[in-house]
Ligand binder design. Structure first.
Ligand code: CP
Length: 307
């Protein structure tokens, strides 16, 4: 299979075959990060820019490591230290960066559609590292990679996604990606955090967390998106935690081989307890490790790599 997308903007636009192609390519890169010398010359001479208008630990660092481990030159810009603070528009910033001939620009922005606007106007490949509450495709791809690694296959999985669904780009990208497979997805949270008509995306809705996790292979916990006003949708964090914080006692009635996922950052004690986050079912740090391999695969494919 050849990769023929200029950009990676969302999982909605990817076919099942393209998702599997990315995951298989990531498999071939996974070992590099565990070597003494964590570098191969694959993308020597290529330039990757990360342009982040929102905070990030995992996504930005793993893209930088992915680029460096493939020998590309990686340059990082955060909004707070860029000419954005002097009033420069996103498109002007994009065009100025383009003039320096980067091969890939990875952007995170609070505005849904910001990566799509750059993709239309710039020749560089654009990767969406999160646009508002819209999509976070590389997170979903590393989540599917981790599900496949831990459970053997994506087809057949029953997945519960629990938390602030309304404001979660991670939930949306996972729903779009899992819909390409033979999966059963249930979203769960307070009614105010479940978007109306979300069933139209092919998911079940459950408001009782214990029922939502009952027979699931994968439980994905999400934090409340405070930066998008998530806390205004609930009476209090205390009440939310009483109903939607995953604790050890809930897992007593879950599948014995369930895996617990979280995209991070976690708010311990709000949506997940210490015992669950650090417990035997948790694959949260595996997700982070796999994020480097998946992002290496994405850079490699966008820059002309083949199977
Ligand atoms: N999962 C995720 O996007 O984490 P960061 O915000 O730290 O990048």
């Amino acid at each position: 299979m050849n990769w023929d997308h200029k950009d990676l903007l969302g999982t909605r636009e990817l076919s099942r075959e393209e998702i599997l192609f990315i995951l298989d390519t990531a498999d071939s890169f996974r070992d590099i990060s565990r070597r003494d010398i964590k570098k191969v010359p694959t993308l020597r001479g290529k330039t990757v820019i990360t342009l982040f208008y929102e905070a990030s630990t995992r996504t930005r660092i793993s893209f930088e490591l992915a680029a460096k481990r493939l020998s590309a030159d990686a340059v990082n810009i955060t909004a707070s230290t860029s000419s954005y603070v002097k009033g420069e528009t996103l498109i002007d910033t994009g065009k100025n960066l383009q003039s320096m001939q980067p091969d890939v620009i990875i952007i995170r922005h609070s505005m849904p559609g910001a990566p799509h606007m750059l993709a239309k106007n710039l020749q560089s490949s654009i990767v969406n590292a999160g646009d508002g509450a819209h999509e976070h495709p590389t997170q979903a791809l590393l989540d599917l990679f981790t599900m496949r690694e831990k459970k053997g296959a994506i087809d057949g999985l029953k997945v519960a996604i629990i938390g602030d669904i309304a404001h979660s780009r991670v939930a949306r990208s996972n729903i779009f990606a899992l819909d390409k497979f033979d999966t059963e997805v249930t979203v769960c949270g307070p009614p105010t955090m479940i978007p109306p008509h979300i069933e139209d995306l092919g998911v079940n809705v459950e408001y009782d967390m214990q029922k939502a996790i009952a027979d699931k292979d994968v439980i994905m916990m999400l934090r409340i998106q405070k930066e998008r006003g998530g806390v205004t949708y609930i009476p209090s964090i205390r009440e939310y935690s009483a109903l939607y914080c995953l604790k050890e006692e809930h897992l007593a009635r879950a599948n014995k081989d369930v895996i617990i996922m979280h995209p991070g950052p976690m708010n311990r004690g709000t949506e997940i307890s210490d015992a669950v986050a650090d417990g035997p079912y948790s694959v949260i740090l595996d997700q982070v490790e796999n994020g480097v391999a998946v992002r290496m695969a994405i850079l490699y494919l966008l820059l002309g790599g083949e199977s």
